[in-house]
Design a protein around this ligand. Structure first.
Ligand code: AMP
Ligand code: MG
Length: 332
């Protein structure tokens, strides 16, 4: 069982609740004002507001926090983005009354660290493109020590109570603690008990459900199709889904295989630590396995980017070897 008295678990649970509420408010208000980052990916009011909120809560709870967060406030400090900063401040003030534009930028920039011996990593809105489309997204927060993820949590407002994508979903909070399992609860009921997450027991490759990105720019769709054909997986078992909600779905037995291949437009792409740390512990603690596409364990000691790994392959464990072989057969 989770140690609900642990300060880290307490912090993760409470701040992911708040973050999910904030993400939904911003979405309902249609306040989807955004800007484009230097890598051409979008960043919205919600990405900034949630990074500010989580950093502030972390610094209050653990003053020596080292945070590796996806966003930074450089562009927000630019006077041409002052309206966006005001909007962000308005949302954060609802939860932290003393927030002002200067504090917001400082909290966001508290996430500019690189990894150290002990640190937190945050993706305030993982799957920003899914969030803007009204599809899946996740708020992902993890704590690591000496390269090992010790605690992690995912708030997935687009999943139903069984961790299946649903249009009118209650949302799911998935929390894991090393050696204590992965547990989930509906996001719309603070009193609901946590239920232990377990991976699917499927051992037959042709019966596997394969989870992949929605965005073609984040993977290699034609190679994914070839892997599925190689394993005998029918089209109806392909599950396109944005964000680390895929890890939660796999952990709850709503799929068996999860591939992130290298996109032909970015063959040198290296995965970001905040895109995997929380999802990886949730899946591992539910009995699944996570490696890169070469079967190598994730190395979380290399800073903001996972420079020693290539892509992602995760599974229910039983199908890991078959899944890696299929990827090697198609991509080599
Ligand atoms: P997904 O929703 O699974 O497609 O993953 C979303 C994440 O993909 C974002 O948080 C980005 O950090 C990451 N991403 C952005 N560009 C790429 C790329 N070229 N290859 C792989 N992942 C990417
Ligand atoms: Mg992300």
């Amino acid at each position: 069982m989770l140690d609900l008295k642990s300060p880290e678990i307490n912090l993760i649970v409470s701040v992911l609740w708040e973050s999910a509420v904030m993400a939904k408010h911003i979405q309902q208000d249609m306040m989807l004002m955004d800007m484009t980052k230097s890598d051409l990916s979008p960043v919205t009011v919600a990405d900034f507001a949630i990074q500010a909120l989580v950093a502030c809560r972390l610094l209050n709870a653990f003053p020596d926090t080292v945070l590796v967060g996806e966003e930074n406030a450089d562009r927000l400090r630019d006077p041409e983005n002052s309206v966006m900063l005001e909007v962000i401040t308005g949302y954060v003030k609802k939860m932290i009354p003393e927030a002002d534009p200067e504090k917001i930028c400082a909290w966001i920039d508290a996430g500019n660290h690189t990894s150290e011996d002990r640190f937190w990593t945050l993706d305030p809105i993982d799957g920003t493109k899914g969030y803007r489309r009204g599809d899946q997204y996740a708020v992902a927060l993890a704590f690591l020590e000496r390269g090992q993820v010790l605690f992690g949590g995912l708030a997935c407002p687009g999943l139903d109570v069984n961790c299946k994508p649903a249009q009118y979903s209650c949302g799911v909070l998935a929390i894991a603690q090393r050696n204590c399992g992965a547990w989930c609860a509906p996001l719309n009921n603070p009193d609901a008990p946590y239920v232990q997450m377990r991976v699917s027991e499927c051992t037959i490759p042709a019966q596997a459900r394969l989870l992949r990105s929605v965005e073609s720019g984040h993977t290699n769709m034609s190679h994914i199709e070839q892997i599925a054909a190689h394993l005998g997986i029918p089209q109806g078992n392909m599950v396109p889904m944005d964000s680390q909600a895929k890890y939660a779905a796999l952990a709850a037995g709503q799929g068996e295989l999860l591939y992130r291949l290298l996109s032909p437009s970015r063959p040198d792409y290296k995965e970001c630590i905040w895109d995997h740390a929380a999802g990886a512990i949730v899946l591992e603690e539910a009995g699944g396995r996570v490696t890169d596409l070469n079967g190598k364990p994730f190395d979380f000691t290399t800073g903001r980017k996972m420079t020693e790994n290539t892509g992602l392959f995760a599974s229910n464990g039983f199908l890991h070897d078959a899944g890696l072989k299929a990827a090697a057969a198609v991509t080599i």
